[in-house]
Design a protein around this ligand. Structure first.
Ligand SMILES: [Zn+2]
Length: 336
């Protein structure tokens, strides 16, 4: 029963754009109910998830001997980080912080925010990544004291703020959905901390959650989520992915790009993470990825369980050790 609810939310027909279901509508089986109450299913979903067997995987071999050394084309780990694997469909719990600034275009903010989570899950499902995001907690936050979205991002790493938020709700990540309309001078649609880390929970910010058909805007949260789990853009130096092939793909011939690529600034984007197995068919006839540099779907699959275990490893009874509780340097910040 509970799982059916989840499936209805994930696989149901296209979400009617901000359907007129009140935020405080009662629970029940009626049109729109799964949209508004989807986030309330978290404890039930978690009960299912914890039954899954977790197996300790191999430790990352990338640069565990010298964590200041960049992995392949990627970012420095800063620490040896074991990667875990599991059967089933692990769930990553996030705290959704929703901008309390009200404007006409930023309507039904909570439903807007949960829609962003659904967009992330849609992208993961399309890309065959065995991971689903669920909402551990949702709340309004007054961000009016910040001049820019960039400032909002930076604040999450002052005094361990993001870590404290995650710990308070036993969550693995923090996602902020910002009212971009209230900040018309903000040039960027999103920011994210480049994952993974055993210290910082994944943090992402979406400022473009609008209702336009702009493919880039619709993919913003999935793009930031990719960064949160360690994906880079197009594999250029300094844009390091946690795993060397964890990048987007941009097809020069067609001008079509995948979620993480910045190769196309037009709307020629497909809502998939890159993969050499993703072929758009005869009309395009090209694989949207390759094994060496652009297999973001595979990279996500490899880090998914580790990211989903952040709360368990850091806040749970099996918290690894006190070494993880030192104050860490902020993670690399990526824009857009
Ligand atoms: Zn980006």
């Amino acid at each position: 029963m509970k799982l059916r609810w989840l499936c209805a939310a994930l696989l149901g027909p296209a979400l009617p754009a901000l359907a007129q279901v009140p935020i405080d509508a009662p629970r029940g089986n009626y049109e729109g109910a799964d949209n508004i109450h989807w986030y309330q299913q978290t404890p039930l979903q978690r009960e299912e998830a914890v039954k899954l067997p977790i197996t300790v995987g191999r430790a990352s071999q990338c640069n565990s001997g010298n964590t200041s050394v960049v992995c392949g084309g990627g970012a420095p780990l800063r620490e040896a980080l074991p990667l875990f694997s599991a059967h089933g469909l692990p769930t990553l719990d996030i705290v959704l912080q929703v901008d309390s600034a009200k404007t006409e275009g930023f309507s039904f903010p909570w439903r807007r925010a949960t829609r962003e989570v659904r967009r992330i899950n849609d992208a993961l499902a399309r890309s065959a990544v065995p991971l689903r995001v669920i909402v551990a907690h949702i709340e309004f936050v007054d961000f009016s004291g910040f001049a820019t979205v960039s400032d909002i991002y930076d604040d999450y790493f002052i005094n361990n703020k993001s870590r404290n938020i995650a710990q308070q709700h036993n969550a693995d990540a923090v996602l902020a959905v910002i009212n971009g309309e209230a900040r018309p001078t903000e040039p960027s649609c999103g920011y994210a901390a480049l994952g993974l880390s055993s210290y910082w929970p994944a943090v992402g910010i979406t400022a473009c959650s609008d209702d336009t058909n702009d493919a880039l805007n619709q993919d913003t949260s999935a793009h930031e989520f990719g960064h949160m789990l360690g994906l880079g853009h197009d594999g250029e130096p300094g844009d390091g992915a946690f795993i060397p092939y964890g990048n987007g793909f941009f097809d020069l011939q067609t001008g079509v790009s995948t979620i993480m690529s910045q190769g196309s600034q037009s709307n020629e984007r497909v809502p998939f993470y890159s993969s050499p197995q993703l072929n758009l068919g005869s009309a395009v006839g090209t694989a949207m990825g390759n094994e060496e540099k652009a297999n973001a779907s595979k990279a996500l699959t490899e880090v998914a369980v580790t990211a989903a275990l952040f709360a368990e490893l850091n806040f749970g009874p099996q918290a690894l050790n006190n070494a993880r509780r030192r104050v860490a340097a902020p993670p690399p910040k990526v824009i857009d």
